[in-house]
Write a protein that binds this ligand. Structure first.
Ligand code: IPE
Ligand code: IPE
Ligand code: MG
Length: 249
């Protein structure tokens, strides 16, 4: 098996960093009168398609929201299945990711996972750490507010130890302590499943991201949906608070 290389377009001004809220697995399965877990399993195929697409379109960073800290409040059986799915995908796919030059990083609080999962994560990250074709961040047990608070605590500790003065705290100081440390901000944020919200995903990192919301449920996500999102991105005028087109004349 390998990632599909057949889907190509050439385009300038590519987003460097695309983030995706992969939502709608449960509803997709219910629509088919199957269990929600069936939907999560089907969603794994869409993850592979999104990785292939990113590789083929010179997207340098892909950040996927796989499991939020609030998802623990779902029924135990669903949570257990999601974690098992994550673990088996990690074990099965890591060699392939490595062969494709993908650097895998798990962002999120992994300390809650058992030792076996943590070992697999550490192995996968070590194996792929020098790859540079695509940085693939998987947000597992992630929470945007948690990310910021973690950073603030580290800064507070530096201040306490006299290593940093409060006047010298900058955006860079906080960014350095975020899970996405050293990576550029998100350019394009895609959410499937029809909801128009962030659900505590990357908060700091999406300050000037372009949003693309689609009703497509995650298991139906494919290269064509990703391509439509990308084409929508190309049409955006990113102004960052400035005026790019002179409309005063
Ligand atoms: C997204 O699909 C996957 C996770 C949150 C883990 P959902 O499970 O949220 O599917 P819906 O939104 O209930 O359809
Ligand atoms: C966001 O989806 C989390 C992931 C996709 C992992 P949710 O389904 O958990 O978000 P809400 O509950 O609709 O806000
Ligand atoms: Mg959902």
């Amino acid at each position: 098996m390998s990632y599909d290389n057949s889907f190509h377009i050439n385009q300038k001004n590519n987003p460097s960093h695309v983030a995706i809220i992969m939502d709608g697995n449960g509803r997709w399965a219910i629509n088919k009168e199957k269990s929600r877990i069936y939907g999560h399993k089907a969603g794994v195929e869409s993850v592979k398609k999104s990785i292939s697409f990113a590789l083929n379109h010179n997207i340098k960073i892909l950040t996927l929201y796989a499991f939020s800290r609030d998802n623990w409040y779902r029924p135990e059986q669903e949570v257990t299945s999601l974690i098992e799915l994550f673990m088996s995908a990690l074990a099965i796919e890591v060699e392939l990711l490595n062969r494709h030059g993908i650097c895998l990083r798990i962002i999120g609080d992994i300390t809650v996972f058992n030792n076996l999962i943590q070992d697999r994560i550490n192995y996968a990250e070590m194996l792929t750490k020098n790859n540079n074709k695509l940085i693939l961040n998987i947000a597992a047990n992630y929470d945007g507010r948690w990310d910021i608070i973690k950073g603030v605590k580290k800064i507070a500790n530096k201040v306490k130890k006299g290593l940093l003065s409060p006047e010298h705290i900058t955006e860079d100081s906080l960014e350095f302590h975020l899970a996405t440390k050293e990576l550029p901000a998100v350019d394009l944020l895609i959410r499937t499943g029809g909801e128009c919200r962030i659900s505590n995903f990357l908060l700091w990192q999406i300050a000037y991201a372009e949003f693309y919301f689609t009703n497509v449920l995650w298991p139906d996500f494919d290269e064509n949906v990703f391509d439509t999102a990308l084409k929508s991105f190309y049409l955006r005028e990113r102004r960052y608070g400035r005026i790019l087109t002179d409309t005063t004349k």
